[in-house]
Design a protein around this ligand. Structure first.
Ligand code: SAM
Length: 261
């Protein structure tokens, strides 16, 4: 028979074990991810992974408009590669509890692309654009900034970030149905091979799509008109010979989590 002293000790040890139980860093709380990223998290990780593994260690990874940076921080933990964020107002779009923000999110530089604070990375960095707004004139206050004539170096930060930073590659999540990503960005990402010119000294960079995931909501006759996409590109010279891009496509039911528009 167990003495009551031993019984209490065993209970104590059990409690201590419970307390120190480790939670895997990838045990993501999807509700902190914005929009349909929650529903498509696994696939986004795959597209990001396929892409980033072609990018050499030491290349800075910058997420422009990272918001709370929760998605990026999960990638950072999982891949063991630092990600820097830039956002003028990190918690405005999707606020996470302070405790989570302090512990598990990127601490971005509070700047817009247009200030030029990221220009030092031009030609050097890998770019992340996670769910940029669809409006070409969207700015920090959500108001029109009056940029009626589109200039990729000045207009909405998504496509402008590509032209301004001339990255070695980029990973984008967006909704070509109009939910996220400027019209110009969606048009650019329509092609599997992209050439961009910096418009200054006419340097050109050619990119190849290395991985893509598309989720069309509503199957059969129930097409909802909503499409979610994650895609990764890198500079042509970084793609191994004979590389075949991964292209995944699913049709799924529309859920509350996928409130794209
Ligand atoms: C639709 S939210 C997405 C945020 C985050 N990536 C996510 O998915 O939760 C767009 C973000 O872009 C930021 N933003 C707006 N204008 C910007 C600019 N000119 N440069 C950099 N970030 C900007 C906003 O503050 C906002 O956090």
């Amino acid at each position: 028979m167990i003495s009551s002293y031993r019984h209490i000790r065993i209970q104590k040890i059990k409690k201590q074990k419970q307390k120190t139980k480790k939670i895997h860093p990838m045990a993501a709380e999807v509700s902190y991810l914005s929009g349909p990223l929650a529903d498509n998290f696994g696939e986004c990780m795959k597209v990001y992974g396929d892409t980033i593994c072609l990018v050499k260690d030491g290349v800075p990874i910058i997420s422009v408009g990272c918001g709370n940076g929760y998605f990026e921080s999960l990638q950072q933990v999982h891949r063991g590669r630092d990600i820097y964020g830039a956002d003028p107002n990190p918690n405005a779009f999707q606020k996470v509890p302070d405790e989570i923000y302090n512990k598990s999110c990127l601490k971005p530089i509070t700047t817009t692309l247009q200030t030029g604070a990221l220009d030092k990375y031009r030609g050097q960095a890998f770019l992340i654009l996670n769910w940029s707004p669809p409006q070409t004139t969207w700015d920090i206050d959500g108001a029109s900034s009056g940029m009626r004539n589109f200039d990729p170096k000045e207009a909405n930060f998504d496509i402008a970030a590509i032209y301004r930073m001339m990255p070695v590659g980029f990973f984008v999540t967006y909704a070509p149905c109009g939910g996220s990503g400027s019209e110009e960005l969606c048009e650019l990402l329509y092609d599997e091979n992209i050439t961009i010119s910096d418009g200054v000294d006419d340097d050109e960079i050619e990119y190849m799509m290395v991985s893509r995931f598309t989720n069309v909501y509503g199957s059969g006759g129930g097409f909802s008109g909503k499409t979610y996409r994650a895609v990764g590109y890198v500079r042509n010279d970084m793609v191994p010979d004979g590389y075949v891009a991964h292209d995944m496509f699913v049709e799924s039911e529309y859920t509350e989590l996928c409130n794209i528009m």
